[in-house]
Design a protein around this ligand. Structure first.
Ligand code: TXE
Length: 480
């Protein structure tokens, strides 16, 4: 059976205590590889290797760094088919999605930051009347930690690693233990691209041991984390007494506000995606759908029909729309929410059941599910389910729509469908979310700030925000 290894100091290593864990293929429910169950000792060796590499890497010219990071982007692009297949097998997502979204974006992440660093500059301030001049030096922080989740494995892993590296930091990174494969393959790509030894170190293992060792390491001075809100809160508690720099991208329960004056067909097609793409396991999915009452019944009928037409099955088949959920535990968690629907006064309009696929009987499949709710305060509408489950509910006024949208602890993204400019601007201003999409969803320009308000996180990634996060600003004041 294939064994994934840690990537430390440019070499592939077994975990020191030789502990291994099973890695499952969600489409079949079978174990298909083993991954290191790394301990604190492995993290320490990864740290030592990163610390040793820091001096040279942080003094490498921007051109040189940019060239190597760009080469990694190019190699990911060249290996798109292989990486997409690995991602689909590891995660259960449709191969078509991995080919068109996950892997191209992983390549773009590196290319974007390879370009961005060449345009990154620091500020200068003349203290007029005081004969003094200030400028800001921006140094890399040192060894930084990057921890990522399982839903968009290589996409989110590289979204952190690329800006960390390009600014001259060295990295100890941990992908999710549920989807370690493409991170492992990335190590090979980094060697091929000529990334010096020790600049990136990838340690595999569980969150509360391996991840915890990264967060608690006294000399890893910044942590960039994407994952669940509860985990984020725990990481903040561990990191705060050590005054670490923290970027936390956490959960979401995003509203999708549909007004009667929208471009209906376009809205319907995109709403299907924002509800169920990647089996609903995207932190940006619009899992709470609110529809203006005058088109509510029509929307309901059309949305149910489209949802029922989605093809669930083998992620590798070209015509599959909905693949497998990432793990058995997650499948059961998502299903447990569906099971409380009636108790909460909800009505299941479509889906709601496990699915058995011929030839893949032990895979983790679930029908895309629409639940009509009467009360927006129910758990189904308040808690992040992170699966192919959406709630729907009508509204009457703009003010009510805004209140419903903002009535959760999360504030990651929101989507508005309307052709009314005044309404768009009003909602853009008052929606409590890090992103407001108007008449679109998941459209990303990598220069824009990305992140959430409220319990969806702290800090922003993307563009110069990420370059600022991974550098330490220092004011130099010269009196003349
Ligand atoms: O996330 P975790 P999980 C949400 C979603 C999902 C829930 C749990 O609701 O159901 O989170 O999923 C590492 N110290 N999102 O269990 O546990 C862990 O090993 C350091 C939203 O996957 O937060 C993994 O690498 N690290 C999210 C990463 O943190 C720790 C996407 C995320 O794992 C750790 C995925 C610890 N104590 C899930 N504990 C989004 N917003 O994109 C865990 N980890």
């Amino acid at each position: 059976m294939k064994k994934i290894q840690n990537y430390i100091n440019g070499a592939f290593e077994n975990p020191i205590q030789n502990g291994w864990m099973d890695n499952y293929n969600p489409s079949t429910g079978e174990v298909y590889s083993q991954i290191p169950n790394s301990t604190q000792e492995d993290v320490e060796i990864a740290y030592q290797s990163a610390a040793k590499a820091f001096k040279t890497w942080s003094n490498t010219t921007i051109d040189e760094r940019s060239k190597i990071i760009s080469k990694i982007a190019q190699l990911i692009e060249e290996k798109l088919d292989k990486l997409a297949l690995a991602e689909s097998i590891d995660n259960g997502k449709p191969l078509s999605l991995a080919k068109t979204i996950d892997i191209p974006r992983a390549s773009s992440n590196f290319q974007f930051f390879a370009n961005a660093i060449t345009q990154f500059s620091s500020e200068a301030h003349e203290s007029v009347g005081l004969n003094a001049f200030n400028f800001t030096l921006r140094h890399p922080i040192g060894v930084v930690g990057c921890i990522s989740p399982w839903n968009l494995p290589l996409y989110l892993f590289t979204w952190k690693i690329a800006p960390a590296l390009v600014t001259g930091n060295t990295v100890v990174a941990k992908p999710s233990e549920v989807t370690p494969m493409t991170a492992y393959l990335l190590g090979k790509i980094c060697n091929e691209a000529g990334l010096p030894k020790g600049v990136l170190n990838i340690v595999h293992g569980l969150g509360h041991t391996t991840g915890q060792a990264i967060v608690a390491h006294p000399n890893i001075k910044a942590i960039s984390f994407t994952g669940g809100t509860t985990t984020g809160a725990h990481i903040a508690r561990v990191a705060a007494p050590m005054f670490k720099k923290l970027s936390l991208e956490l959960g979401g329960k995003n509203p999708n506000l549909i007004f009667a004056d929208c471009d209906y067909d376009k809205m319907l097609a995109v709403t299907l995606k924002s509800s169920f793409a990647n089996q609903g396991q995207i932190c940006l999915c619009g899992s709470r759908i609110f529809v203006e009452r005058s088109i509510y019944e029509k929307f309901k009928t059309d949305f149910i029909a489209k949802t029922k037409a989605l093809k669930i099955g083998n992620p590798l088949a070209e015509d599959t729309n909905i693949g497998a959920l990432v793990s058995k535990a997650h499948l059961e968690k998502v299903k447990s929410y569906i099971d409380i629907a009636e108790q909460e006064g909800g009505t299941i309009l479509a889906g709601g059941n496990y699915v058995t696929i011929k030839g893949f009987e032990n895979g983790y499949y679930l029908e895309p599910t629409i639940i009509e709710i009467k009360n927006s305060n129910c758990r189904l509408n308040q808690e992040e389910i992170f699966g192919p489950v959406v709630t729907i509910m009508p509204f009457d006024t703009d003010e009510e729509a805004l209140q419903l949208a903002n009535g959760v602890r999360y504030g990651l993204s929101s989507t508005v469908w309307t052709n009314n400019l005044n309404r768009s601007m009003h909602l853009a201003k008052y929606l409590e979310a890090g992103i407001v999409w108007i008449n679109t969803w998941l459209m990303r320009d990598l220069r824009t700030p990305f992140g959430g308000m409220k319990d969806s996180g702290v800090g922003r990634e993307g563009g110069f925000e990420a370059l600022r996060f991974f550098t330490e600003p220092k004011n130099v004041c010269i009196k003349y």
